[in-house]
Ligand binder design. Structure first.
Ligand SMILES: Cc1ncc(COP(=O)(O)O)c(C=O)c1O
Length: 488
């Protein structure tokens, strides 16, 4: 009997080639004209229904699949490729970064072990990351999926490096004192999640209050450490944030470093958003102490503008890093030669075993533009945020809700005669309409309980005039909402 060799490769390679070319063409058109397009539009119900179908059991023509994708998916993107996307803290990506991901996906190496070029590209990019952040060359690091993963990776190393303990072997149950982690009330929620997952327990996180610039209050930090010690706890780690998610504030890095050294604590910096502000000369000095941190987490899919996903953990002491994760199952023993040779397995430096070739988009992007271009763009985003702050302050109907730090500007419309509740309704309506009309995408937050429009700019496509438009449209929509409310 003749045996059939089944495969998932195309029967018609030329059809696949043509479709691939079409996809690239469509992407180029999409990016090239993105400024003229609405930033976002609501998804009609019938489109959502088309995205809720049973699993296909038979084949479909690839051109039809692509048409369906264009109609129901491509057309309803999130919008963070658009020059006026300022919601949350989400990067824009770049064309070459995207094509790098395409090549990485096509090569499809599992970049965890072995003698192949992607392992060396990963190493090269790690060296560049250390260099950008002022970490010593002997430090270690790993590229992970994003900031949350980068933070938990660092905190795991911190926990597993506790002096005189073997946590990997004995677990936290073997400790006679509870470990305490310090951060501020403005710290990102992923730090709490990480602390819960690594077994500290959320009640052993001390969220230190902040000052009116949303920075950790150091006198309270020190008081808390002392009182915890007295009460029989074991303070072990302080997390300082470089660029808080709400307002972009910076915890006083020098002082946190000093306190962590004084009390023998691990100093971790969550720089998922704002560690890269180090590349802006205006912030360089304030962020210098990051170079002395025991560990640092930062994202490249945010302020390095590469496509999702990629974040980075750096660890000052490479031995501690390796000791926290290293494990060699029989089937992963490395050789001196052959495919199983190559650099030290990346699996020894993190939790994930299988890893994509995420280093390639950073490698290509840095070669394409050079580091100076990134420095200039990061500084530009900061200046644009400051410019927006100035526009807000110059207008009597607008109110700046927090000092502008890094590239986040928090403001609201406040004509001066409305209650807090009415201000909340007004600004929420402005936010929703500005998005629904496809003009711009700020997001919102609550600052001291007050509803605030939040413009977080890690966008390599934004121009200064986009800030003018944002203010103009905030005022236009705000006035419309006010007159509609009066008419009711
Ligand atoms: C300060 C900070 N830390 C951590 C994170 C989490 O990063 P990711 O979304 O890449 O997991 C964010 C996300 O915005 C952040 O701003």
């Amino acid at each position: 009997m003749e045996r059939e060799n089944k495969t998932l490769d195309p029967k018609d390679w030329e059809q696949m080639r043509n479709l691939g070319h079409q996809m690239i063409d469509d992407l180029i058109d999409y990016w090239k004209d993105i400024r003229e397009k609405p930033i976002w539009k609501p998804i009609p119900e019938d489109v959502k229904n088309k995205l809720d179908q049973p699993i296909p059991s038979g084949p479909m023509d690839i051109e039809e699949i692509y048409e369906e994708f264009k109609e129901n998916i491509f057309a309803y993107n999130k919008g963070n490729v658009h020059p006026r996307f300022f919601a949350w803290i989400q990067g824009t990506g770049t064309p070459l970064g995207t094509f790098a991901d395409l090549m990485a996906s096509g090569m499809n190496p599992n970049v965890t072990i072995g003698e192949h070029a992607p392992m060396y590209v990963d190493q090269q990019v790690m060296d560049w990351c250390k260099d950008m952040m002022g970490f010593p060359t002997e430090a270690s690091g790993i590229l992970v999926s994003g900031g949350s993963m980068a933070n938990i990776t660092a905190l795991t190393v911190a926990r597993n490096s506790l002096k005189g303990e073997d946590i990997r072997k004995s677990g936290l149950g073997s400790l006679d004192k509870k470990l305490i982690l310090y951060c501020s009330t403005e710290t990102h929620s992923c730090i709490q999640k990480a602390a819960e997952i690594i077994g500290l327990g959320s009640e052993n996180i001390r969220k230190i209050p902040v000052n009116d610039r949303y920075e950790m209050r150091l006198e309270l930090l020190e008081e808390q450490i002392l009182s915890d010690r007295e009460e029989g706890f074991r303070p072990f780690c302080v997390v300082g944030t470089s660029g808080t998610v709400n307002t972009g504030s910076i915890d006083p890095m020098d002082e946190i470093l000093r306190i962590s050294r004084k009390y023998d604590l691990w100093f971790h910096v969550d720089g998922a958003y704002g560690a890269l502000a180090k590349l802006d000369p205006v912030y360089e000095k304030r962020l210098e102490a990051i170079e002395e941190a025991d560990s640092l987490a930062f994202d490249l899919h945010k302020w390095f503008y590469v496509p999702y996903e990629v974040g980075c953990t750096l660890i000052r002491d490479a031995e501690k890093h390796r000791a926290a994760f290293s494990i060699t199952p029989n089937y992963l023993i490395q050789e001196k030669r052959g495919l199983a040779g190559g650099p030290d397995s990346i699996n020894h430096y993190g939790f994930e075993l299988s890893r994509g070739f995420k280093a390639l988009k950073i490698w290509m992007s840095l070669k394409e533009h050079g580091l100076d271009a990134y420095k200039a763009l990061i500084a530009q985003n900061n200046r644009q945020a400051e410019y927006l702050g100035e526009l807000v302050e110059a207008n009597d109907s607008l109110e700046l809700m927090a000092p502008v730090c890094m590239s986040i500007t928090c403001y609201r419309m406040n004509p001066g005669n409305l209650s807090e509740e009415e201000l909340k309704d007004l600004n929420r309506e402005i936010l929703l309409r500005i998005q629904e009309e496809g003009i711009a995408a700020p997001s919102s937050t609550l600052l001291e309980g007050k509803f605030t429009l939040r413009v977080a700019n890690v966008n390599q496509r934004t121009r200064f005039e986009d800030m003018d438009l944002l203010v103009q449209e905030t005022l236009r929509i705000g006035s419309e909402v006010i007159s509609e409310t009066k008419a009711v």
